[in-house]
Design a protein around this ligand. Structure first.
Ligand SMILES: Cc1cc2nc3c(=O)[nH]c(=O)nc-3n(C[C@H](O)[C@H](O)[C@H](O)COP(=O)(O)OP(=O)(O)OC[C@H]3O[C@@H](n4cnc5c(N)ncnc54)[C@H](O)[C@@H]3O)c2cc1C
Length: 440
C-alpha cells in the first residue's frame, strides 16, 4: 500500500516549489512531482524580470536586498533567497518601424540612481529556482523529478494523481503545472473558459550588444512582425523575441530579418552572438474565477490567461499551501477549508485583472508603418517609470483616448483605421481563435 500524503504538488516551477516549501515548513507530508528530470532547468521563454519592484501590483510589491541576498514580499510577509547576478530595469519602451519611440521612464536619467529609481530587476531564474528547491529539500518533502503526471482521480476523501504510471494519493492536490495545465484539462476546468487564441514566441539569447539607454522591456512594431527586447541578468546580453497570434508565421525568418536586414534595428545587433534560444506556445484561456475543484487547487499560470509571472506565481504557491495547512488543521477537507485562498485570488487577481477582455491584435494588420510612427510620435515626454503591465496598458489606453480629438484633426485617415479596429474586434478574435489550437 503506497503512502497517503497530506498534499501532492504537481509542477516544480516557481508556484509549485514555493507551495512545496511552505507545506514542508508547516509539517505537511508532501510530495512534489515534476516532469523535468532537472527541475531548475528553464526550457521555456522567460526573461527573468522580477517586476514590479518598489511599486504595487496585485496588492504586492517586491523588494531586493543584494547584501542580504533576499527577494522580499512585504505585503504577504515572506522572502526567498537569491544570490546571483542582476540588472536594473526602469520601464517599457515602444518603437515604431521607423525608430520613433515613447518610453515609460527616462532610462538615461533613472540610471543615475539605480537603488532609488529601479522598478524591476532581471535575475537568473534558474538560480532563483535552485534556491527554492534547496529550501524544499531541507523540509523533508518527497521530490520526484522526471515524473510526468498523466491522470487524476477524485476518491471519497482523497485524490490520486498518476505520475509515470504510479499512483500518488493525497488529501489535497496543488496543480502548479503551468500554462496549458494538463490537470485543468483532465478535470474539465477549461470547458467554461473562453478560448482566445494561441500565442507563439521564439526567442534568441544574444550576447555582445549594448543598446543605448534601454533598460527594461522594449516592444518593436514592424510591418513583418512584432518583437520584444528584454534586459536580462547579465550585462551586454538581451533576449530578442518574435511573437505572434498566427501560429503559421515564420518567426525564425522574422528574427533573421530584424537582426540582419532591418535598416532601423539591425545596427543594434551588430556583433551580436546567439548564445541560446527558447520558445513557447501558449493556448490563451480566460483566467479561472474559481481555481478549485474536488480538493485540487490551481495556482500560478495553471489558473491564469497567459503569464502570471514568477513572483506572483510564487505568491500563489505560498498562499495555497498555507490555505491547505489550515484546511487540514480545521478538518475541512472541502471548498470551505481553502476559502482563504479563493477570497485572496478573487481580490488580488481575478476581480481587478482576470475578468478584463484580452484582445489578440496585430497592429500591423490595420495600420501602416507611417501610421504607427505618427501615433508613437504623439507622446513627447516619457510616462512615469513602471514595470507594472496593467498600469502600462491603462496609461496607453487613457492617453490615446485623450488624444483622439488631435488624431481626428491631424490624421482622420488614422482615426478611421483605429475606429475600424474597435469595430472589427469580433472578427479579430474569431481569426485568432481559428488560427489557434484550443485543446480544451
Ligand atoms: C514570453 C514570456 C516571457 C516571460 N518573461 C517573464 C519574466 O521576465 N519575468 C517573470 O516573472 N515571468 C515571465 N514569464 C512568465 C513566467 O514564465 C511564468 O509566469 C511562471 O513561470 C509561472 O510559474 P508556474 O510555476 O505557475 O508555472 P511554470 O513555471 O510553467 O511551471 C510549471 C511546472 O510544471 C511542470 N509540469 C507541467 N506539466 C506537468 C505534468 N503533466 N507533470 C509534471 N510536471 C508538469 C513543468 O515542467 C514546469 O516545471 C514569461 C512568460 C512568457 C510566455
Amino acid at each position: 500500500m503506497s503512502k497517503k500524503y497530506d498534499l501532492v504538488v504537481v509542477g516544480g516551477g516557481p508556484a509549485g516549489l514555493m507551495a512545496a516549501r511552505v507545506a514542508g515548513e508547516n509539517g505537511l507530508s508532501t510530495a512534489l512531482l515534476e516532469r523535468k528530470s532537472d527541475i531548475t532547468k528553464v526550457r521555456r521563454v522567460d526573461g527573468g524580470g522580477l517586476v514590479p519592484l518598489n511599486e504595487y501590483m496585485c496588492g504586492e510589491t517586491f523588494t531586493f536586498n543584494p547584501e542580504a541576498k533576499r527577494i522580499g514580499f512585504p505585503v504577504s510577509g515572506f522572502s526567498i533567497r537569491y544570490d546571483g547576478p542582476y540588472q536594473d530595469m526602469y520601464g517599457f519602451r515602444f518603437y515604431a518601424p521607423d525608430g520613433t519611440f515613447f518610453s515609460f521612464g527616462d532610462h538615461h536619467q533613472l540610471r543615475k540612481d539605480p537603488e532609488k529609481n529601479r522598478v524591476g530587476i532581471a535575475i537568473d531564474k534558474e538560480l532563483m529556482l535552485q534556491g527554492l528547491l534547496e529550501d524544499v529539500e531541507a523540509t523533508g518533502v518527497d521530490i520526484f523529478p522526471g515524473t510526468n503526471v498523466t491522470g487524476i482521480e477524485k476518491k471519497a476523501n482523497s485524490v490520486t494523481v498518476t505520475g509515470n504510471g504510479n499512483p500518488f494519493e493525497a488529501t489535497f492536490v496543488i496543480a502548479a503545472d503551468g500554462i496549458n495545465s494538463r490537470i485543468a484539462r483532465l478535470m474539465g476546468m477549461n470547458k467554461e473558459r473562453k478560448f482566445i487564441g494561441t500565442l507563439v514566441d521564439r526567442v534568441w539569447h544574444l550576447e555582445g550588444i549594448e543598446i543605448p539607454d534601454v533598460a527594461g522591456i522594449s516592444f518593436l512594431f514592424n510591418m513583418y512582425g512584432f518583437f520584444f527586447v528584454t534586459t536580462v541578468c547579465h550585462k551586454n546580453q538581451y533576449h530578442l523575441g518574435a511573437s505572434t497570434y498566427h501560429p503559421g508565421d515564420d518567426l525564425e525568418a522574422n528574427l533573421n530579418r530584424i537582426v540582419y536586414e532591418d535598416k532601423v534595428f539591425s545596427p543594434w545587433f551588430k556583433g551580436a552572438q546567439k548564445i541560446g534560444e527558447t520558445a513557447c506556445v501558449v493556448n490563451l484561456l480566460s483566467p479561472m474565477g474559481e481555481p478549485f475543484k474536488d480538493n485540487v487547487l490551481f495556482v500560478g499560470d495553471a489558473a491564469w490567461l497567459m503569464e502570471l509571472s514568477n513572483p506572483f506565481a510564487i505568491m500563489c504557491g505560498w498562499k495555497a499551501a498555507h490555505a491547505v495547512t489550515l484546511a487540514l488543521l480545521d478538518g475541512k477537507i472541502n471548498k470551505g477549508g481553502i476559502a482563504s485562498y479563493q477570497e485572496w485570488w478573487m481580490k488580488k487577481f481575478y476581480e481587478p485583472y482576470g475578468s478584463a477582455e484580452f484582445k489578440p491584435i496585430h497592429l500591423q494588420d490595420f495600420l501602416s508603418a507611417d501610421d504607427i510612427g505618427y501615433l508613437a510620435g504623439l507622446i513627447k515626454e516619457p510616462f512615469a517609470p513602471t514595470m507594472n503591465f496593467y498600469k502600462m496598458l491603462d496609461t496607453i489606453g487613457n492617453t490615446y483616448g485623450g488624444l483622439f480629438p488631435v488624431i481626428q484633426e491631424e490624421r482622420p485617415d488614422v482615426m478611421d483605421k483605429l475606429m475600424g479596429i474597435v469595430n472589427q474586434m469580433d472578427e479579430i478574435e474569431a481569426k485568432a481563435r481559428k488560427a489557434g489550437f484550443s485543446n480544451r
